[in-house]
Design a protein around this ligand. Sequence first.
Ligand code: ATP
Length: 308
Amino acid sequence: FAQLYAPLNNLGFVYRSINQSLVDTERLLKLLAEPTEINDNPNAKDLIVENGEVEFENVSFSYDHRTTALHGVSFKVPAGSSVALVGESGAGKSTILRLLYRFYDLGPGEGRILIDGQDIRDVSQASLRAAIGVVPQDPVLFNTGIGYNIGYGKFDASSSEIEAAAQAAQMHERIMSFPDGYETKVGERGVRLSGGEKQRVAIARTLLKNPPILLLDEATSALDTSTEKDIQKALQNLQRGRSSLSIAHRLSTIASADLILVLKDGQIVERGSHKELLALDGVFASMWADQITASESATVIPPPAEPV
Ligand code: ATP
């Protein structure tokens, strides 16, 4: 990966003018292991997003044609709503995001993925990816100014647009605390940003891109309370009016999702609101209980050992 980043950083400018949509490629995503070649169908039309409704219709998928990554997955993300994916490692959460971003195509008999009724295999990849914003778990930033990193979301973004996006992403004040403000270099050659700050830069960038559909991969690591609050606020601003599919790891976001899908071995085993799933007292309820116990034991300071 490092070898891929270095030239990318140096060529940042060229890259940006060549293909803006590459912003969201796997280097920023980390969702992709080995891409397969996806070609536009010769009759591909541009995706027309009217409302931003996403639908998975009986989707099954295998990476290697032997083991099943997804099996018979059907769900809808109604326009403007938020759907959270939960489930243990390997359950198929990232596969759902990768398929929607079309890193892999579904074969015949593997179901369909639709955006506002259009099968994503029938639309141009450029138009599909222009409609989708991605906030990865660990965003990669260029070794340039922080303002540039945000402005990357939109060609020709003005400095006031960049600042407004940073405001909405709860990052403006932090940026102003750096000696060079928006010109401050980030990354190896500049200030080091925390995981939560990098994620807010990615949120600001996505706000500028202004896509109707969002893919969010939350950081797994525990965040301190004020960072957590800032990220929640930033995500709320980003998700407003957009359809979103997120891989949820932390309790706080799970609770506010419109719909939660619980995945296990590539299948949806439970679905509903947070309240409904707790009442069901099944897989989700036990995951919830485990997380509560884990977070409690992480914050409780053990009593000093008795002297012997
Ligand atoms: P995690 O929480 O660990 O990211 P996940 O729920 O996102 O897990 P997926 O990455 O979607 O799970 O994986 C679903 C299944 O597909 C797993 O069995 C996994 O081993 C397999 N898989 C994922 N990526 C690939 C790949 N590139 N090639 C082959 N198999 C893969």
